[in-house]
Design a protein around this ligand. Structure first.
Ligand SMILES: Nc1ncnc2c1ncn2[C@@H]1O[C@H](COP(=O)(O)OP(=O)(O)O)[C@@H](O)[C@H]1O
Ligand SMILES: [Mg+2]
Length: 403
């Protein structure tokens, strides 16, 4: 199949672009190594990566007329063969199957997962403490709990960005299992390949592992128990024992404290195993940003969006603050999160209409809540007309929307 497969060419130096492409191939066509040019194009379009001109140029990848094979690079790193799968008896019987360890390939230091710095990020709350923890390089699992949209995930990302620390973020769902976290055997071109998951990658690289929304997990998350103790992990499928590199640690975020959601606000959250929760050294309770901080956040968003309206930014935050106070007193069932304020800022940059922007962003709430929140806004900002008689301007098309 591969025309020219000499050892020197097989061992070509692969860079991040190569790996992105190889990764995309194995994800979209796990059992295939030979592709036509149009399929290569489709793979790249789907994965949103550049077309690999190197694949077309280098003779080692030419498989036939208009077809290209990546076999020489996916099978150049051999590791111990693992048990054959039943449905592939023929291949396994005919030759001893060398196993290409794609996981190792993917785990290339060229692929940077250091988050980018967000210019308008405003540190607050536990930012400093968490930064000290992650900077120390000490293995110290942290559990961050707080209402949705108050900047938990962003805080972890921005600290890693500032510290230039690699971050592996895993979005946990009830379906998340050992295969998703640790890795799984994948069949590639008749070979069984152990593809490493984000947990092993983070351990090997001494990176931060972020278990985002961990309270959505089922008991399958318990496979992380030894890792949360700072120990290594024995990959049963290959027999390899992976020890965490210096700097590796775990941060989890959740809307609850892992004890379920009594008021039913966070449907899908589960009661996490006590032994699992016990492995987290500390629990940080994240509140919404203080009013002055949140005003900076919304003004920062306005500035990026090219909106010059500090008064509106301030009114929005005052309004959210009143709603949150009522929420904590039990007077209302919903809150307006920092995330929602950012949505309103974006809507305002497009519609240039305050009440319309607020209303469309409140649409996810029930009618009563929506009406009472809108009404509350008109009390906080007496400049807007509750009857919706928006002052007509060239930008404001009054036919677009009336309340
Ligand atoms: N400190 C902050 N500075 C700037 N924007 C923030 C900050 N905290 C939150 N935001 C905004 O709120 C959004 C939601 O934050 P996120 O971290 O996803 O919330 P959570 O993980 O708590 O649900 C972010 O995408 C960002 O737009
Ligand atoms: Mg989050």
């Amino acid at each position: 199949m591969v025309k020219n497969n000499s050892k020197s060419e097989v061992n070509m130096n692969l860079n991040a672009n190569h790996y992105r492409f190889l990764d995309a191939c194995s994800e979209q066509f796990p059992n295939q190594v030979e592709f036509s040019k149009s399929t290569v194009r489709k793979i790249c379009d789907t994965a949103g990566i550049p077309f690999p001109s190197w694949l077309i140029r280098k003779p080692q990848f030419k498989a036939g007329y208009g077809t290209y094979s990546i076999e020489s690079v996916v099978s150049s790193n051999y590791c111990e063969p693992v048990a054959p799968v039943v449905q592939n008896v023929q291949t396994v019987e005919s030759v001893p199957v060398p196993v290409a360890n794609i996981g190792m390939n993917v785990l290339d230091e060229n692929i940077s997962v250091i988050p980018s710095i967000m210019d308008n990020y405003v540190p607050f709350g536990h930012f400093k403490d968490l930064k000290s923890i992650l900077k120390s390089g000490v293995f110290f699992p942290v559990f961050i709990t707080g209402l949705s949209g108050n900047g938990k995930t962003l805080m972890v990302e921005q600290i890693c960005a500032k510290l230039k620390k690699e971050l592996f973020r895993v979005n946990i769902t009830i379906e998340t299992d050992e295969d998703d976290l640790i890795g799984s055997n994948t069949l590639i071109n008749g070979n069984i390949v152990f593809k490493e998951g984000p947990v092993l990658k983070a351990m090997r690289k001494g990176a931060v592992l972020l278990l985002d929304e961990v309270d959505l997990a089922s008991n399958k998350i318990m496979c992380l128990q030894s890792i949360l103790e700072g120990g290594g992990y024995l990959i049963k499928k290959t027999g390899e024992f992976v020890k965490p590199a210096d700097g590796f640690t775990v941060v989890a975020t959740a809307n609850t404290k892992g004890k379920g959601s009594e008021d039913g606000r966070f449907i899908g959250t589960n009661i996490l195993n006590e032994a699992f929760l016990e492995r987290f050294a500390i629990c940080l309770e994240q509140e919404y940003p203080p009013v002055t901080t949140e005003k900076k956040i919304v003004k920062g968003d306005f500035a990026i969006l090219g909106v010059n309206d500090d008064v509106f930014a301030e009114k929005l935050v005052d309004w959210a603050d009143v709603i949150r106070k009522s929420f904590y007193e039990g007077a209302v069932d919903e809150v307006v999160s920092t995330r929602r304020l950012v949505h309103i800022a974006k809507a305002y940059s497009m519609f240039n209409d305050k009440l319309k922007s607020i209303e469309v962003c409140l649409a996810r709430f029930d009618e009563d809540t929506k009406a009472s929140f809108l009404d509350l806004y008109t009390k906080v900002d007496e400049g807007v007309n509750p009857l919706g008689d928006e002052i007509e301007t060239e930008e404001n098309d009054k036919d677009d929307f009336t309340i």
